[in-house]
Design a binder for this molecule. Structure first.
Ligand code: PBG
Length: 331
C-alpha cells in the first residue's frame, strides 16, 4: 500500500467538496436574537460592553424586529427593563408591562417572527435576585437567600401574562427547582396548552453574564446566584437538571453559557432526544467584539466559527447577539 492512499487532504482541496462532507452546518433558521425592551418612546441606547446591541423602547423594538425578520432570522427572545422595580418583581406579570406591550406590538407588525420571552424576576426585583427573598433582618446573610417555592407562583404569573400578550414560547431562566412543572400547569389551566417551554435547564453561575447584567440592569445587589445556578465544575449534575425539566414538561432544553460548556451540550445531546439550545452569552459576545475592535482577531470569522462549533457539539438552536451580523453570511 503506497502512502498517498491514506491522504486526508483529498476531500479538503475544494470548498465544494469540503462543504459536501461537512458534518455540522450553521443556518439562519438556527438562530434566536436577544432583545432588551425598556420604557419610553424612540429610545435606542447602545449597551457599553456590547457594541451593536441596544436597550430599545417598544416602538424601536418593532422596527428592529422587521429588520430581523427581513434577514431571514426566525425568532427573537425578549428581556424587559421595567419602569419600576420592587421586592417581589411584580412588574414581571403586569398586563401592560414593557415585555407584554412589546409582544403584542411585534406580533401585530411582524406576525411570522417567533416571539420567545425570558421568564425571570431578576430584572424586576429591587435586589436583583431571580426570586423572592427570605427574612430580611437575618443575622447570617445566607438566610436572606432566594426562597424557591414561594417564587414559583410569581414565575407562573409572568409566563401566563406573556402567553396572554401573544408570546409563541416562554423560556424560564430563573433556575428555581420545580418551575417548569408549575409554569406548564399554569399555562395549561389558562388555555395555553400549545405554548412550548424552552427551559434554561442547565444554567451555570457564570461570570460570562457580566455585560448582560448591565444590559438588563439586573446585577444582584448583594451576594451572588450560586445557590440557584449551577457550579461550573459540574457536568453530571447537568443530566439531573435536564432530566427534571424534561419530566416536568420542558419542550426544549438549553445550556448556558455556550463555548466554555461544549462538553455539557454534547452530554445532553447524547442523552436526550429533545431539541437542545445553546446560549452564546453576553460575555462571549463582548470578548469576541473587543478582540475584533483591538485588531487582535477577525471577529466575524471567530463569531461564525464559535457558532458552528456549538452546532457540532450538538446544539440545534443558538441564542446569540451575533444573529443579525452573521445572518447575511449564512444560508
Ligand atoms: C436572567 C438571565 C441572565 C441571562 C439570561 N437571563 C442573567 C443572570 O442569570 O444573571 C444572561 C444572558 C447573557 O449573559 O447574555 N436570569
Amino acid at each position: 500500500m503506497s502512502f498517498p492512499l491514506l491522504r486526508m487532504r483529498r476531500l479538503r482541496k475544494r470548498e465544494a467538496i469540503r462543504s459536501m462532507v461537512r458534518e455540522a452546518h450553521l443556518k439562519r433558521a438556527d438562530l434566536i436574537y436577544p432583545l432588551f425592551v425598556c420604557p419610553g418612546n424612540g429610545v435606542k441606547n447602545e449597551i457599553g460592553a456590547m457594541p451593536g446591541c441596544y436597550q430599545m423602547s417598544v416602538d424601536m423594538v418593532v422596527e428592529e424586529c422587521k429588520e430581523v425578520a427581513g434577514l431571514g432570522l426566525p425568532a427573537v427572545i425578549l428581556f424587559g427593563i421595567p419602569e419600576e422595580k420592587d421586592e417581589e418583581g411584580s412588574h414581571a406579570w403586569k398586563e401592560d408591562g414593557v415585555v407584554q406591550q412589546a409582544i403584542s406590538a411585534i406580533k401585530e407588525a411582524v406576525p411570522e417572527l417567533v416571539v420567545i420571552t425570558d421568564v425571570c424576576l431578576c430584572e424586576y426585583t429591587s435586589h436583583g435576585h431571580c426570586g423572592i427573598l427570605g427574612q430580611k433582618e437575618a443575622e447570617d446573610p445566607r438566610d436572606v437567600q432566594v426562597q424557591n417555592d414561594p417564587t414559583l407562583q410569581n414565575l407562573a404569573k409572568a409566563a401566563v401574562s406573556h402567553a396572554k400578550a401573544g408570546a409563541d414560547m416562554v423560556a424560564p431562566s430563573d433556575m428555581m427547582d420545580g418551575r417548569v412543572g408549575v409554569i406548564r400547569n399554569a399555562l395549561d389551566q389558562n388555555g395555553f396548552t400549545d405554548v412550548p417551554i424552552m427551559s434554561y435547564a442547565v444554567k451555570y453561575a457564570s461570570s460570562f453574564y457580566g455585560p448582560f447584567r448591565e444590559a438588563a440592569e439586573c446585577a444582584p445587589q448583594f451576594g451572588d446566584r450560586r445557590t440557584y445556578q449551577m457550579d461550573p465544575g459540574n457536568a453530571r449534575e447537568a443530566l439531573r437538571e435536564a432530566a427534571l425539566d424534561a419530566q416536568e414538561g420542558a419542550d426544549i432544553l438549553m445550556v448556558k453559557p455556550g463555548m466554555p460548556y461544549l462538553d455539557v451540550i454534547r452530554i445532553l445531546r447524547d442523552n436526550f432526544s429533545m431539541p437542545i439550545a445553546a446560549y452564546q452569552v453576553s460575555g462571549e459576545y463582548s470578548m469576541i467584539k473587543a478582540a475584533g475592535k483591538l485588531g487582535w482577531m477577525d471577529s466575524e470569522r471567530v463569531a461564525l466559527e464559535s457558532l458552528l462549533c456549538l452546532k457540532r457539539a450538538g446544539a440545534d438552536l443558538i441564542l446569540t447577539y451575533f444573529a443579525k451580523e452573521v445572518a447575511p453570511l449564512l444560508p
